[in-house]
Design a protein around this ligand. Sequence first.
Ligand SMILES: Cc1cc2nc3c(=O)[nH]c(=O)nc-3n(C[C@H](O)[C@H](O)[C@H](O)COP(=O)(O)OP(=O)(O)OC[C@H]3O[C@@H](n4cnc5c(N)ncnc54)[C@H](O)[C@@H]3O)c2cc1C
Ligand code: SF4
Length: 333
Amino acid sequence: MKNFTYYRPSSAEQAVGLLENTWGNTALLAGGTDLHDLQKEYIAQPGRVISLGGIAALSGITVEDKHVRIGAGTNIADIAAHADLRRFFPALTEAAAQLGGPQIRNMGTLGGNLCQRNRCWYFRDEHVNCLLKGGPRCFALEGENKYHAVFTQGHRCVIVHPSTLAPALLALGATIEVLGPKGRRTQEIAKFFHAPSNATEREHTLAANEMIVAVSIPRRNLTNASYEIRHKQSYDWPLVQVAVAFEGGRAGANVTNATIVLGHVGPVPRVAPAAAAALNTRALTDETATAAGRGATEGAKPLSQSAYKLRLIEVAVKRALLIAGGMKRYWEV
Ligand SMILES: Cc1cc2nc3c(=O)[nH]c(=O)nc-3n(C[C@H](O)[C@H](O)[C@H](O)COP(=O)(O)OP(=O)(O)OC[C@H]3O[C@@H](n4cnc5c(N)ncnc54)[C@H](O)[C@@H]3O)c2cc1C
Ligand code: SF4
C-alpha cells in the first residue's frame, strides 16, 4: 500500500474542505471495507485519506412523519436491524441483512456502499490496464465475463453496479443529500448512478470534492420487497438481485405505480418499465408475476458468458413480487 497522510475531521464541512476537485489523491474513508482493499491492490493510491469516523452527525436513523433519514455513516448492520425500517422498507432491510457477512455489515456504511467501486476482476487486478484505469480497451468484452452485465447496449465498460442497497433505494424513491464546496444539494437517487467509461469517471455522479451526508426515503406506504440469487448462501455479491415497490397488490387490490429495479445486471441499477407495465392495473398473481419477469429482460444484450442471468432475472422478479404480496413462497419447501 502506498503511504498516505491520515486526516480525522470532526465535521462534514471540514471533510469536504480537505477534498481535491479531481479524483485520485484524496479519498474519503468510512468503514474501509472497500477503500482499503483498493489501496492494498494499488487500484487506489491516495496520498491523503480523510476519515469520516470522527463525524458523529453522519450516523443515525431518524423517523419523521413523511420520510426516514439515514445518515451516510450508518452501518449496514444497523440498517438491517432497525425495527421501523424493517416495517416500512423490507426491500432495503432484507438487502442489508443479506449483504456480505457480519464483519462487512458491521464495518460497511451506507455512504460507502453507494460509492464502492465495481468488482470486475480485470479492474481489480493492478496489472491489467483496462478502460477504467486509463487503458485502451475493455478486457471483459471478449474475455471472462460471466459476472458482468447483460444490459450492455451503449456501454464501453460492461461492469455490473455492485451495491445491493441501491436497487432497493431506487425502487423506494429515495433522495440523496450531498455536501460539496458550495453547500448542500438534494439529488434523486435515480440520477445518482453512472456508467463509467474512463479513469476520470466513477460509478456515481458525485464530484471528487463532494460527499454523501444522508439518504432520505419517503414514507409512501408502498408494498415492497427484494430478492437476490447467489451462489449457495455465499459470502459474496449476488448474481442477480431485484427490488420491487408498488401500491396495492394485497387483499385483491390491483397493483398500481409499480417500480421494478434489477441489480447486478448492468453498469447502473436498471429500472425495468416493461416489467412494471405487465403488472400495473392488474391483480398480483402467479401469472402476472411471471409475465413481469419476462418483461424484465426486454432490451437485454448479454455477453458471451452472461446470458444465464436472463433466466435468473425472470425468476428473481417473480419471487420478489410474490414476497412483496405476502404470497406462498413456492420455492421454499
Ligand atoms: C466479501 C464481501 C462481500 C460483499 N458483499 C456485498 C453485497 O452483497 N452487496 C453489496 O452491496 N456490497 C457488498 N460488499 C461491499 C460492501 O458493502 C462495501 O465494501 C461497503 O458497503 C463499503 O462501505 P465502507 O463504509 O466500508 O466504505 P469505504 O471502503 O470506506 O469506502 C468505499 C468508497 O466510498 C467512498 N465513500 C465512503 N463514504 C462516503 C460518503 N459518505 N460520501 C462519498 N463517498 C464515500 C470512499 O471514498 C470509497 O471510495 C461486500 C464486500 C466484501 C468484502
Ligand atoms: S468491464 Fe469495465 S472495469 Fe472491467 S475490464 Fe471492462 S472496462 Fe475494465
